[in-house]
Design a protein around this ligand. Structure first.
Ligand code: FMN
Length: 191
């Protein structure tokens, strides 16, 4: 029996990331989970949905760059903190070691095993939110989390965000190979 529960977003979980930008000439980090993948072929574009009230937005608009840093489970407390306090009144930079890449104005977090350096491509102007679409120009990854040159989820251990339970979740186990397990049905249909 299905129950109607209203307009409830059930797309969670989503990975929790720390978005970095230089705001008023100082690096700042904001916790973001409402993000998306725009395309899967280079140049790769990703989207961030960021409330207009946030301090970080001005820095992304000014420099037209930002970083997307993926914290592991061991950074849960710091990640949550960056989503509680604002750069308007609090310096969040002392939490992390910061480095810069080729764009020069996208601050990245050394302690996060994966960092994506992005160039702003477009802003979609929602009434309450800026949807920032960025092109990934470079990705930095700790060698220890790589498996054949790609981040291994088991090693990265991302923080999975669920708004419905308001909890961070841990990653589970792989179930099967994409574009492969469905072939079983395709083959049967062709028999
Ligand atoms: C787990 C988590 C996820 C969040 N995701 C988003 C998000 O996707 N979009 C958003 O606008 N705010 C999000 N926030 C809220 C901002 O991170 C928070 O308001 C932050 O303090 C703003 O920082 P700033 O003012 O320094 O930019 C999230 C907060 C937490 C704790």
């Amino acid at each position: 029996m299905k129950k109607q529960i209203g307009s409830v977003n059930c797309l969670y979980h989503l990975p929790t990331v720390l978005v970095g930008a230089v705001v008023n000439e100082k690096p700042n980090f904001i916790t973001i989970a409402h993000l998306g993948i725009m395309n899967d072929r280079p140049p790769h574009h990703i989207s961030l949905s960021m409330g207009k009230v946030h301090y970080t937005n001005a820095g992304i608009k000014e420099n037209r760059t930002f970083s997307v840093n993926i914290p592991s489970e061991n950074l849960m407390t710091q990640t949550d903190y960056c989503g509680i306090v604002t750069g308007k009144t609090t310096d969040k930079t002392t939490l992390f070691q910061i480095f810069y890449g080729e764009l020069k104005t996208a601050p990245m977090i050394k302690e996060c095993p994966v960092n994506m350096e992005c160039k702003l491509a477009q802003i979609v102007d929602f009434p309450t939110h800026d949807i920032f679409i960025g092109e990934i120009v470079q990705t930095y990854a700790e060698e220890a989390v790589l498996n054949e040159e790609r981040p291994d989820l088991f090693k990265v251990k991302p923080l999975l965000f669920d708004m419905n339970s308001k909890r961070y979740w841990s990653i589970g186990y792989p179930l099967g190979n994409c574009w492969k397990v469905g072939m079983e049905i395709k083959k049967k249909m062709q028999e």
